[in-house]
Design a protein around this ligand. Sequence first.
Ligand SMILES: Cc1cc2nc3c(=O)[nH]c(=O)nc-3n(C[C@H](O)[C@H](O)[C@H](O)COP(=O)(O)OP(=O)(O)OC[C@H]3O[C@@H](n4cnc5c(N)ncnc54)[C@H](O)[C@@H]3O)c2cc1C
Length: 380
Amino acid sequence: MKRQIFAPEHDAFRDTVRAFLDREVLPHYAQWEKDGIVSREAWRAAGKQGLLGLAVPEEYGGGGTPDFRYAAVLAEEFTRAGAPGLALGLHNDIIGPYLTGLATEEQRRRWLPGFCDGSLITAIAMTEPGAGSDLQGIRTHAEDRGDHWVLNGSKTFISNGILADLVIVVARTTPEGGAHGLSLLVVERGTAGFERGRNLDKIGQKAQDTAELFFHDVRVPKENLLGELNGAFLHLMTNLAQERLSIAVSAIAAAEHLLEITTEYVKEREAFGRPLATKQHIRFEVAEMATECAVTRTFLDRCIEDHSNGELDAVHASMAKWWATELQKRVADRCLQLHGGYGYMSEYPVARAFTDGRIQTIYGGTTEIMKEIIGRSLLS
Ligand SMILES: Cc1cc2nc3c(=O)[nH]c(=O)nc-3n(C[C@H](O)[C@H](O)[C@H](O)COP(=O)(O)OP(=O)(O)OC[C@H]3O[C@@H](n4cnc5c(N)ncnc54)[C@H](O)[C@@H]3O)c2cc1C
């Protein structure tokens, strides 16, 4: 089915992103995977190309468009290229809204130009060793000392954790407040007492730096409070819908790409004297996956359109996230199987997509948590 959500300007943007990937990302990707981290130059190049801060107002150096279809194009092309390491989606779609939507004018002037030119790489730190799905368990805390906070605690699994220059830290600012005693504090690179731990060794997304962060008596100026004091929970709930949609968009793109690769493979690979594609079982496998992808694509494109019009709610974003990422997981597994032993070889894109994609049902809220959100909305 022809997709109907894009206009010629989105297609032109897609060409720009593809050219950027060919020029600035793919030639270096193998090295970044060995290093466990991408280069800062790639972020600078993305800034120069206008790929950062798509939704940030132009006066701060951004693209000035709230049209989420551009973000969708970016996510789709990076996914198709098998290059999740350069986490532009995290920076633009997940962290961007916090800085544009919650920052004061002074904070915007301080952070947004660097956010858009690639000199300030960002991360968001919610998860702790003892608190992932349940943010009420957050123990990182900040004590009010008049003109500053003193921050103590640790975070784990933080994407861009090593490279980040600005980290939005979710910290407890009111001990007895439960989920409503949390605030967002921005910690800047070089602040005394802010240390990075290990760049964690993952089964996939090898070029993405995912790290532990430690805060020992870190002095955070009061000017670095983002949004409302004790308002983090509400801010997170507001912004998590876009995070979930962004993950879902990359999930359906991954599933479609896997299917493309695999249909080509089974047409060429022969067994028992004929191409695999001539076997009924293989045709049924492909038919089932193609149908599931087509149905999912229709829903996802509707979500992208709704979100571009400011109409996507948290429940539908959760539906998109769990459904598309679980589909991606199933398709990756079945496509790997159809490649036989070659599917298990790291040099094959299907193998890489299998390990790179496995995290999708976990981060940004697990499948189980998505179902909780949806179920609660229907039953309470
Ligand atoms: C590569 C990677 C990148 C990440 N990037 C970031 C980042 O940038 N910033 C950040 O803050 N975090 C990040 N995370 C953390 C991620 O968001 C968490 O791992 C995720 O939210 C799950 O939390 P957890 O690992 O503590 O699992 P847990 O919360 O311990 O969950 C374990 C299992 O129990 C299930 N479960 C939990 N509660 C319920 C329930 N109520 N009902 C049913 N089942 C339940 C979960 O679904 C899961 O299957 C990242 C993680 C990884 C691996």
